[in-house]
Design a protein around this ligand. Structure first.
Ligand code: HEC
Length: 226
């Protein structure tokens, strides 16, 4: 029985000793068995230091330093979302074409986040001519020059499939390539603002190629009906 009491008291003392004072305050420095590199022989940024003459640990940028990222500018205008500039390192819909990167890539943004201006369309036309026209053709009907040299299956950008795509899905296709990978990814070559410019230009092409008589001003219809 004596051993039982002894054991019992020892157990209680150990449990209280280990757990009883958790969360308690103490002014004494904690017992440090492994410091885990908490204190190191280095200078932290933006702290005083007597190593340099000006007493600062941080150094000014060397002349000619290039910023990691600049705000995105499309057709001469700084792009802003919710009144703030957009940077290339942000995972915004503008950068990815999808509304949230946590879901799989099917939640494409509906409309281009970059406002469509005449200047943007001009830029889109120029970039389309460079990057897309060889396969998709000048008007986007899939009859580019490469089809003469054996490139098959180029989609007509005025087909129902592409017309019904959201802007984000076309952006995504330019960035990552077509589903069957016959068309490669152009994300690495075309900056993000130019990809959106191309998307808007593809929309303009669709609008022009799928136009009906109702789109023509009434005064001009007679001339076309001849
Ligand atoms: C090397 C030739 C080639 C170039 C250059 C090219 N494409 Fe394509 N594109 C294709 C082919 C082939 C397909 C259809 C086959 C497939 O789905 O893989 C296609 C499909 C597409 C589709 C439909 C994707 C889908 O989900 O069905 C879109 C939209 C598109 N291209 C847009 C563009 C745009 C915009 C550019 C310019 C940035 C471009 N393509 C440049 C060959 C090309």
């Amino acid at each position: 029985m004596r051993y039982f009491y002894l054991g019992f008291i020892l157990t209680v003392a150990t449990v209280i000793g280990l757990l009883g004072f958790r969360g308690g305050m103490s002014r004494k420095p904690p017992l440090e068995i492994f410091p885990d590199m908490v204190r190191q022989w280095k200078i932290r940024p933006q702290t005083p230091s007597d190593f340099y003459q000006d007493g600062w640990s941080s150094r000014p940028h060397p002349e000619g330093t290039v910023a990691r990222s600049k705000p995105i500018v499309a057709a001469g205008e700084q792009v802003q979302i919710d009144g703030k500039p957009v940077y290339t390192y942000q995972d915004t819909p503008l950068m990815t074409g999808v509304t949230s990167i946590t879901k799989s890539a099917t939640n494409f943004v509906e409309l281009s986040p970059i406002p469509v201006t005449a200047k943007l369309l001009d830029r889109g036309q120029e970039r389309f001519t460079i990057y897309c026209q060889p396969c998709h053709g000048p008007v986007g009907n899939g009859l580019g020059v490469t089809t003469k040299f054996g490139m098959g299956g180029v989609i007509d950008l005025h087909s129902r499939r592409v017309v019904e795509m959201t802007d984000g899905q076309i952006f995504y296709t330019i960035t990552h390539g077509s589903p069957a990978k016959l068309m490669g990814p152009y994300g690495p070559m075309i900056p993000v603002e130019d990809r959106w410019a191309i998307v808007s230009y593809v929309r303009a092409l669709e609008r022009s190629q799928l136009a009906t008589m109702a789109d023509v001003p009434e005064a001009d219809r007679a001339a076309l009906n001849k």
